[in-house]
Write a protein that binds this ligand. Sequence first.
Ligand code: HPA
Ligand code: ZN
Length: 346
Amino acid sequence: MPNLHSVEPALLPELLKRMPKAELHIHIEGSLEPELIFALARRNEVAIPYASVEELRRAYAFTDLQSFLDIYYAGASVLLHEQDFFDMAWAYLQRAAHDNVARAEIFFDPQTHTARGVTMETVVTGLHRACAAAATQLGVDAELILCFLRHLSEEDAFATLEQALPHRDKFIGVGLDSSEVGHPPEKFARVFARCRELGLHLVAHAGEEGPPAYVWSALDVLQVERVDHGVQSVQDPALMQRLAEERVPLTVCPLSNLKLCVFDRLESHNLPQLLEAGLCATVNSDDPAYFGGYLNDNFLQVFAATGMRAEHAYQLARNSFEAAFIDEAARTKYIGQLDKTFASFS
Ligand code: HPA
Ligand code: ZN
């Protein structure tokens, strides 16, 4: 491990930008910038209830998760053709390359599209084509994770899984997102058990707005390998001890938490507390087009607000590779690159 105490504090922002990292919690539909929404609306002749990019951006004033989801699903309505899904993912992957994201595990919400008559094949093929191009043209290793919408039924999730299975080679796991409170993980116990039998990786959003009980059941009932958000876990000391002992990764999203009023100020974000307790916390952007920043913006802003230092930066980047669904050779390679970057700043 490099000597982290010898990093000049003034160099911290540059170090945060330059260090290699994995992004493990990014909804591709949440990377759709207003400019691209308008361009696709024109290209596809889809009507949207906003007169301009500026008017749409002004509507991004959220009070909670649901107020965001309503506008996020509306934005996705301009996506119709395979090329649209490619263009959206390619734009994100270029931003990721710029932020020195070495590995991206990208969520997508097929039910948002299949409910509008877009086929699963259109969605998966377009997104996967962008991921494949990113490996050769951008040096970003990207894979897909299919998310079930938890406000819909488990039966609907099973039907979605059936539609996705012909494309099993194009996604590595499943997740659970959308409206959390009132839709506990238990609702999806059977479909997650089936996905486990299929050898898919398992993750779920839990403890974003919902209680620690949802994190417990994501672990014990769904048997997830990572928890998305999970910031409410600090309310439950026994849960914190379990997360630390088992090194269960939490994919934390600071700017998302700020914009959805999970924390009233970034200065009071509990990321330093999660690291201090020995959890495998990571930093992620969630829905960067809606929350005011991509991955490096999340790092820069949460570090500036909480006073975290180079040793925290190292731990967070290292955690992201520990938590990634990659083989040991890739993990060793990325951590070697991380060590080299830190050594060059010492
Ligand atoms: N929480 C739940 N569902 C979501 C989110 C989120 O932060 N972003 C996109 N879908
Ligand atoms: Zn999310």
